[in-house]
Ligand binder design. Structure first.
Ligand SMILES: [Zn+2]
Length: 396
């Protein structure tokens, strides 16, 4: 018999959350049903308020059960018992786990002792949901990963280069590479030689940095690079010799004094500010695409039209105001969306209510590799288009 301990939820570090992790848990076979939970604390009154109360949890659970009227009765006695215990475990966790302003949302995947993952996210993943199915419901995390920017920061100090990783709202130092290799002796009595030595050394150091950055970009799928240097010539030299594929991902070069900051938190603030500036520019460029496409047949505007185009698989680029939210309906097979409770036009099943059909739409679009622009810095730019628009394939 398994012990209760085997069923305990294990905290999964944000560093581990990537697409291959999600694929791995989504494609694994489980002996029983999987409970998936997404919870947002909203704005906790203080850092000790629990994320959720028992009544809220029960209402999410009842909705999940209602949605699975065909699946749940097909479970064996043991599977049902196991599911009950998983739901108890999860309830205990979410009604006791304190909400924090730093980590406002919580994701749980639980299936007996085969899957017991707890993830804390530094930003909200709306709406709250509880899903019971034969595999974990990872679509919201997948969409989030696609929309979040992963940034590598290289900070060139006098004696070393420090690397920081910014991912999912978190920043941490990953490594540093010293400028001078050890056991190097220079004849200090010959100034010219010393200077030459420094130049050679710097060149070698920049080559090592360059290789390191290239490897990181190849292996870890970074979106952007930020280079911080105290000395312009060296920074420029590094940027010049970056691999072209990396150089086009250079978000910004920043000049700060080497003593100005060294900790991960200052780095996080800098990256966030840089990303805000970038998004501002990006959203303005995106809206000019929309303006240009307007009046041609390739643009649809407003939620209803965009949903129709999505249902027909026609979207190429999706533009959404981040504040747009609306109730709607989705087929349990997740291939058909609607604003009204009609039956699915593809499989004729009854549709399920969704608190936010826009969110479902974004998840489906991202899963199908539709370019998606969320207007988060300049949402007012989308007002003219009823907050949502899309470029579509032209059918003839
Ligand atoms: Zn359907």
């Amino acid at each position: 018999m398994e012990s209760l301990n085997d069923r305990k939820l294990k905290y999964t570090d944000l560093k581990m959350i990537n697409q291959s992790f999600l694929n791995k848990i989504a494609n694994a076979k489980y002996l029983g049903p999987v409970v998936s939970v997404y919870l947002n604390s909203g704005m906790p009154k203080n850092d000790r308020d629990p994320k959720m109360n028992v009544a809220q949890f029960n209402s999410l659970k009842n909705e999940a059960v209602k949605r699975q009227q065909n699946y749940l009765p097909s479970l064996s006695h043991d599977q049902k018992k196991s599911l009950e215990q998983d739901l108890e475990n999860v309830k205990e966790l979410v009604t006791n786990e304190p909400a924090t302003t730093r980590f406002p949302s919580l994701v749980v995947f639980k299936s007996a002792n085969e899957l017991a993952t707890l993830i804390k996210l530094p930003f909200p993943l709306l709406p709250d949901r509880l899903v019971i199915d034969n595999s974990p419901y990872t679509a919201p995390l997948t969409a989030m990963l696609q929309l979040q920017k992963k940034v590598l920061v290289a900070k060139l100090d006098i004696d070393r280069t420090v690397f920081f990783l910014y991912n999912l709202g978190n920043c941490e130092k990953i490594t540093h590479i010293p400028t001078q290799s050890q056991n190097e002796e220079v004849d200090k009595s010959r100034p010219n030689k010393v200077q030459l030595h420094h130049l050679v050394q710097l060149k070698r150091h920049l080559k090592i940095i360059d290789d390191y950055i290239y490897r990181q970009f190849t292996n870890q799928a970074f979106d952007f690079l930020i280079v911080i240097g105290h000395e312009k010539t060296t920074t420029k030299q590094l940027i010049r010799q970056l691999h072209p594929k990396v150089r086009e991902r250079l978000l910004q070069e920043v000049a700060v004094s080497p003593l100005q900051w060294t900790d991960a938190n200052s780095c996080r603030l800098l990256v966030e500010k840089t990303l805000v500036d970038f998004e501002n520019k990006y959203e303005q460029e995106a809206i000019s695409e929309v303006i240009q496409a307007r009046g041609q047949h390739g643009l649809v505007e407003g939620l209803e039209q965009v949903i129709n185009a999505q249902n027909r698989g026609l979207l190429t680029t999706l533009y959404v105001d981040k504040n747009l939210q609306q109730e709607g309906y989705i087929c349990p097979e997740r291939h058909y969306l609607s604003l009204s409770p009609e039956e699915c036009k593809i499989c004729e099943r009854a549709m399920q209510k969704s608190d936010d059909i826009v969110d479902e739409l974004i998840e489906l679009a991202v899963a199908k590799n539709v370019d998606t622009v969320i207007f988060s810095q300049r949402p007012e730019l989308m007002k003219e288009y009823q907050q949502i628009a899309a470029l579509i394939y032209l059918t003839t």
